[in-house]
Design a protein around this ligand. Structure first.
Ligand SMILES: Cc1ncc(COP(=O)(O)O)c(C=O)c1O
Ligand SMILES: N[C@@H](CCCC[NH3+])C(=O)O
Length: 488
């Protein structure tokens, strides 16, 4: 498929797109029939947002072989639709890219991006490790039958109960974040006569180019041992002296939604310095270097994220350049967003439409910041299409409002859609990461259902919360129980 678009210098850029693998190669070209080609590309570009998708004979958006208008009718809206094949493909891309480098490696899925029983099953089947950050995520993994020896535990404030649960489950290791945790873990392991494998999480002092709230590697961060001071070295010494702790290596995570490889290269350099210093000073053997996640994804059709292989190859190149073959640790990565983000689509039903002449047209949907907190939290930008009018030309500029009682509950400002009517099904793409997992019950909104789609089949993986679910944890103290009606 050939797609062209105009670049800043007036040339046309030819994008050779292999859709399934999301591989884009850029070639500069001039071309005469600009208008025709650019117009054609708009419809095609739309499809980049919805996993393995197409516009079907009815003019509806189809994902994983399923007509999204039928999905909305069958399962209700808001509805999270996850393209299972897309997720599996992404996992394979990371693994295959690593295999091609010849390095010893491990890829884990950072389950905070989207944690459900069915998702844990996919991760297990694809042979990845699993990163959990809470007792809840650990419980989900264990309940899904995920092997504990492939789970590891992250978090900047693991509670004693969480550490005990991890120890008793026999997880692969703990990524220790700070001195409080190190002491607590040592104590709990000693009490149980265990020697616990650990990685130390460090803050390498790298500022990734991303939103302030999702940077994590800069010095002034709540996460990890500071690399700039002697903190991490003190932690290493504590591990070396302790019969209850076994230091297997180091971890860093420089941030999220990162579009460049440079930060990862820098991280390899900084971590290599740490590893060498520890070897020289304390004779430490570093088995594992975990470089975290953070690989950027497409949220809008014009975004051009790197491929998993681009990150892996750059990291591998830097590792090979920096470490001799004998010194080279296993390289671990833990992507979250990039394994699931582009696989997810949220379907909504359009409800009220309010037009302020000459100002704006608000199109309200039956969800909002309760199912997608990211626009309100990070000013995250998304694109939307009408699933039941996917073949129609966009003609009007509208803003998509959520239904929650906050002026900031706007999903998308100023987007162009075909003529919108109440009852239309609106699709918002690239909502697979940090959407279901950050969903909430504000305004007592029930959390939406999640379905997996593949080969024309849709299966429920999380059922929609009911109104009774919403009140199921509520308790009325005896004294407040309704005895008599007071009227004024
Ligand atoms: C320690 C750690 N690992 C992995 C991830 C996953 O990040 P992402 O979803 O951006 O790949 C995060 C979240 O930013 C994280 O804090
Ligand atoms: N929840 C964030 C990312 C946090 C990453 C976890 N450290 C997002 O939606 O982008």
């Amino acid at each position: 498929m050939l797609v062209f678009r105009r670049t800043g210098d007036g040339l046309l850029q030819q994008l050779v797109v292999e859709r399934y693998h999301r591989k884009w190669e850029f070639k500069q070209q001039t071309h005469a029939s600009v208008a025709f080609l650019v117009q054609e590309s708009e419809a095609e570009k739309m499809m980049y947002l919805y996993g393995n998708s197409r516009i079907n004979e009815k003019g509806n958006l189809e994902i994983g072989g399923c007509d999204t208008v039928e999905l909305a009718a069958q399962w209700g809206t808001p509805l999270y639709v996850m393209d299972e094949k897309w997720i599996r493909q992404r996992m394979k891309q990371f693994v295959q890219a690593f295999q091609a480098t010849g390095l010893a490696f491990q890829v884990a899925y950072a389950s905070k991006a989207f944690s459900t029983l069915a998702m844990c099953r996919l991760v297990d089947e694809e042979g990845l490790h699993l990163d959990v950050v809470s007792e809840g995520e650990l419980h989900t993994a264990l309940a899904a039958g995920f092997p504990p020896e492939r789970i590891y535990f992250h978090g900047n404030n693991k509670t004693p109960a969480e550490l005990v649960k991890g120890l008793e489950a026999g997880i692969r290791l703990f990524v220790v974040d700070n001195f409080t945790e190190l002491q607590l873990l040592e104590l709990l392991a000693q009490e149980r006569g265990m020697k616990v494998p650990v990685l130390l999480r460090t803050t390498p002092g790298i500022e990734a180019h991303t939103h302030d709230y999702i940077q994590t590697g800069q010095e002034d961060s709540k996460f990890g041992f500071d690399l700039g001071s002697d903190q991490v070295y003190k932690a290493v010494q504590t591990c070396m002296k302790s019969p209850a702790l076994h230091l297997e290596g180091f971890h860093c995570h420089i941030g999220s939604q990162i579009f460049e490889v440079e930060g990862f290269r820098l991280a390899v350099g900084k971590m290599a310095e740490l590893i060498r210093n520890c070897q020289e000073r304390y004779g430490t053997h570093t088995k594992i270097l975990n470089l975290g996640g953070g690989f950027g994804i497409r949220y809008q059709a014009d975004d051009t994220p790197l491929e998993p292989a681009d990150y892996v190859e750059a990291i591998a190149e830097e590792v090979k350049r920096t470490f001799s073959e004998e010194e080279r640790p296993e390289i671990w990565l833990e992507p979250g967003r990039s394994l699931v983000g582009e696989a997810g689509t949220t379907l909504y039903t359009v409800g009220s439409i309010k037009e302020i002449p000459g100002v704006r047209k608000y199109v309200a949907v039956d969800g909002g910041m309760s199912d997608n907190l990211r626009p309100a939290l990070y000013q995250a930008a998304y694109e939307a299409h009408l699933a039941n009018k996917a073949d129609q030309t966009p003609t009007e500029t509208v803003s998509i409002a959520g239904k929650l009682c906050e002026s900031g509950d706007m999903l998308i400002w100023d987007t162009v859609l075909p003529s919108v009517e109440s009852g239309d099904i609106l699709a918002v793409g690239c909502t697979g990461a940090y959407n279901y997992s950050m969903a909430n019950n504000y305004n007592r909104m029930p959390r939406p259902a999640v379905i997996f789609v593949a080969d024309g089949k849709a299966e429920l993986v999380v059922r929609r919360e009911t109104l009774d679910d919403l009140i199921s944890q509520d308790v009325i103290p005896e004294r407040l129980k309704r005895k008599k009606v007071t009227t004024f």
